[in-house]
Design a protein around this ligand. Structure first.
Ligand SMILES: NC(=O)c1ccc[n+]([C@@H]2O[C@H](COP(=O)([O-])OP(=O)(O)OC[C@H]3O[C@@H](n4cnc5c(N)ncnc54)[C@H](OP(=O)(O)O)[C@@H]3O)[C@@H](O)[C@H]2O)c1
Length: 378
């Protein structure tokens, strides 16, 4: 049987999800499941070229063990790095040399994950997550056959009951923040333009992403955001010897739908070559309840908190900081009654018992982040 060729344009490989998608794409090539270039769109950073950043992400001590046997040079043989942002006006020119490459898939992972409800956050989400995505689509549309867009399970806004994968059929939305609203707007626009141009579209939506649970070394992530930023807030207070009462507004039956980054990446790497997947949520059916938020605070060691059901004006400066900085982004996800996901299609693709048991390892997962002092790779 001949080995298929899949050339991939990947964005976001310097982030949590994208770096793990890159590891999986490398794995499928070194294990000869497919051939083809991995073309990375990466922007430079102060003091670091795009190439240096990529090299760092595939050679640090916490890369998955399945890559450890390969040298940097061996891994780089599969990779081409383009020093550019997917938002750039120069993107079409930069991708022109690849326009005849054939068998080309785009996996668009990069995004801002600014969950705040400010005007600035709205503008940033619109520019990066909507206009940037359309910019990338336009630059690739003449030579790609499938566009895989990584959205979020929360692009449906606030919902109740049991949700299925088909957000394209939802008519009414109530969004928690511009991040969700603009992810949904982008999904809708992509459906329309892919349909008009006869390009296959995949919308894949992870839940809240945590560290690795399948591949060693476990628990690793290159960046501590979203739920880790919540934990990091309390960690920072204690490291500054600040220990004042803070009320955390939480629904008594709040459940967070969290998933390990390697499971998300393995799903993306499996699905991007499948033509019969259009919308897929990457999520356990049931989330982890309030006691896991208590467990997180216990691991951090912050005891001076209370769970309350109604917001109130801040009683001290630090509680004010919590209400201003943490509650408007991550905190909003703690304030709703439980809802469920019908993830039967995910399990059909990935296997009935494929989702790693986060509940069992949640304490160790947060402990790992604490031991790393919430310091990411860059
Ligand atoms: N983390 C979660 O819990 C979660 C949950 C659901 C869905 N998602 C989705 O999963 C995807 C990846 O999220 P993540 O958590 O991996 O994010 P992340 O760790 O913050 O990484 C974001 C990536 O996007 C790139 N990026 C951001 N803004 C950019 C811009 N203006 N131009 C070029 N590159 C830019 C970053 O590049 P630089 O390193 O150069 O900044 C980085 O590679 C996103 O689409 C997100 O919406 C994430």
């Amino acid at each position: 049987m001949s080995i298929p060729t899949r050339n991939v344009i990947l964005t976001g490989c310097t982030g949590i999800v994208g770096s793990h998608v890159l590891y999986e794409l490398l794995k499928e090539r070194i294990s000869k499941n497919c051939l083809g270039k991995i073309i990375l769109l990466v922007r430079k950073r102060e003091g670091d070229s795009a190439m240096q950043r990529v090299e760092r992400f595939i050679s640090h001590e916490y890369i998955p063990s399945f890559l450890k046997a390969y040298s940097l040079n061996q891994l780089m043989e599969w990779i081409e790095v383009i020093d550019i942002s997917f938002e750039s006006n120069e993107l079409a020119n930069a991708l022109h040399p690849y326009s005849k490459i054939g068998d080309c898939h785009v996996i668009h992972v990069a995004a801002t994950t600014d969950l705040r409800s400010t005007e600035k956050a709205y503008d940033q989400n619109l520019k990066t997550n909507y206009q940037g995505t359309l910019n990338l689509f336009r630059a690739c549309q003449s030579f790609t056959s499938r566009f895989t867009y990584i959205s979020t399970v929360y692009s449906c806004g606030v919902k109740q009951g049991t949700l299925n994968d088909e957000y394209s059929k939802i008519e009414n939305f109530s969004f928690r923040n511009p991040y969700e609203e603009i992810k949904q707007k982008t999904e809708r626009e992509l459906f329309q333009i892919c349909n008009e141009r006869d390009i296959e579209l995949q919308i894949l939506r992870p839940g809240v992403v945590l560290g690795r649970l399948i591949d060693e070394p476990k628990y690793y992530v290159p960046k501590y955001n979203v739920i880790y930023a919540f934990a990091g807030f309390f960690f920072k207070l204690l490291s500054q010897r600040i220990d004042v009462p803070i009320d955390i507004v939480i629904h008594p039956n709040a459940h967070m739908h969290m998933i390990s980054v390697d499971y998300v990446a393995k799903t993306i790497a499996k699905v991007y070559s499948m033509s019969n997947v259009t919308e897929l949520n990457i999520i356990p059916s049931k989330g982890l309840g309030k006691k896991y938020t208590a467990m997180l605070l216990d691991v951090i060691g912050y005891k001076n908190y209370n769970f309350v059901s109604e917001p109130h004006p801040p009683r001290n400066e630090v509680e004010g900081m919590y209400q201003m900085k943490v509650a408007p982004s991550f905190g909003t996800y703690l304030m709703e009654d439980e809802y469920l996901f019908d993830n039967s299609r995910l399990l059909e693709i990935m296997g009935e018992d494929s989702i790693p048991d986060l509940a069992k390892e949640y304490r160790a997962m947060i402990q790992f982040a604490k031991d790393q002092m919430f310091k990411g790779l860059e």
